[in-house]
Design a binder for this molecule. Structure first.
Ligand SMILES: Cc1cc2nc3c(=O)[nH]c(=O)nc-3n(C[C@H](O)[C@H](O)[C@H](O)COP(=O)(O)OP(=O)(O)OC[C@H]3O[C@@H](n4cnc5c(N)ncnc54)[C@H](O)[C@@H]3O)c2cc1C
Ligand code: FES
Length: 259
């Protein structure tokens, strides 16, 4: 079914095809949703509603992978509260309600992007890396080596995979922003695409600006409707306008949201 006022958006119960724990409290969920698989662009998200229990509010989750042939979409999410805990308990064959695809994704016209991600921000970037078909490199950061389980997912999708950890247990010791200037100086990147903790994205956007490279950031805000109707995800942009992360984003040009 499409939504009456949003004919391009699908709302439907979708069968869980697979659910797997990738790392402590981080899950990979695959659901059957052929219409959304056909429409979803890298950087877009869906709102999931658990059908059992008293869950009225949906939970926003970025699209991590799409398989058009199988008609499936996948998500990678961390259990942080009761909604994601209930999501993690879904078994193959059970149903979850999916609304999407929502928001605006990343620009796809660039030839050599550098992806910079941290934490669960790497999830929508995984779909972007796949959609760029080997043209992108990735720089990812985590607190410890365990948090960099992501590198195994990006390895086949990207040319180079640069790694940092806060404690030096894998890759270069430090933050993504520690090594980013050198990577930008050595490479010929035409865009930096970033998602992760806001402090990281602000640092990444500043360094990209200093190197004269456009930067796209994917923001995360608490959401209710996900459709631009309730104002709960409003932000102030640098030119003084109010924008909604769910409808105008979640991907924005960095200069529009970070001064
Ligand atoms: C556009 C978008 C895409 C997202 N994509 C992913 C994804 O791919 N993978 C993933 O793991 N998570 C993602 N999130 C975050 C995810 O939606 C929240 O973690 C989830 O809604 C928490 O639900 P809960 O019921 O488990 O937690 P709650 O019980 O509602 O909250 C538990 C804790 O999580 C915090 N929290 C809840 N929602 C958010 C939020 N939106 N931003 C920051 N903190 C929050 C709360 O403040 C609280 O501390 C995304 C959020 C947005 C807005
Ligand atoms: S979540 Fe309702 S306007 Fe964005």
């Amino acid at each position: 079914m499409t939504l009456p006022n949003h004919p391009e958006k699908i709302v439907r119960d979708a069968k869980v095809l697979a659910q797997q724990e990738l790392a402590t409290n981080v899950y990979f969920l695959v659901v059957e949703s052929p219409e959304i698989a056909r429409r979803a662009k890298a950087g877009q998200f869906v709102q999931l509603r658990i059908l059992s229990g008293a869950f009225t509010l949906r939970r926003p989750v970025g699209v991590a992978a799409v398989d058009e042939k199988k008609g499936s979409i996948a998500f990678i999410y961390r259990v942080v509260g009761k909604g994601t805990k209930a999501l993690a308990q879904l078994m193959p064959g059970e149903m979850v309600n999916v609304l999407g695809p929502l928001g605006h994704g990343f620009a796809m016209a660039y030839k050599h992007p550098l992806i910079v991600g941290g934490g669960m921000g790497l999830s929508p970037l995984l779909y972007y890396a796949a959609a760029m078909q080997g043209k992108a490199d990735v720089l990812m950061g985590g607190k410890t080596a365990e948090e960099l389980f992501w590198s195994g997912l990006f390895d086949d999708l990207c040319g180079h995979c640069f790694l940092t950890t806060d404690d030096g247990s894998r890759g270069t010791k430090g933050f993504t922003t520690t090594v980013l200037p050198e990577i930008l100086e050595r490479g010929d990147y035409d865009v930096v695409v970033t998602c992760g903790p806001e402090v990281m994205m602000r640092g990444v956007a500043k360094i990209a600006r200093e190197h004269g490279i456009p930067c796209e950031v994917s923001l995360e805000k608490r959401m209710a409707c996900g459709l631009g109707a309730c104002l709960s995800c409003s932000i102030d942009t640098t030119d003084g306008q109010r924008k909604k992360v769910c409808k105008d984003g979640p991907v924005f040009p960095a200069e529009e949201v970070f001064a």
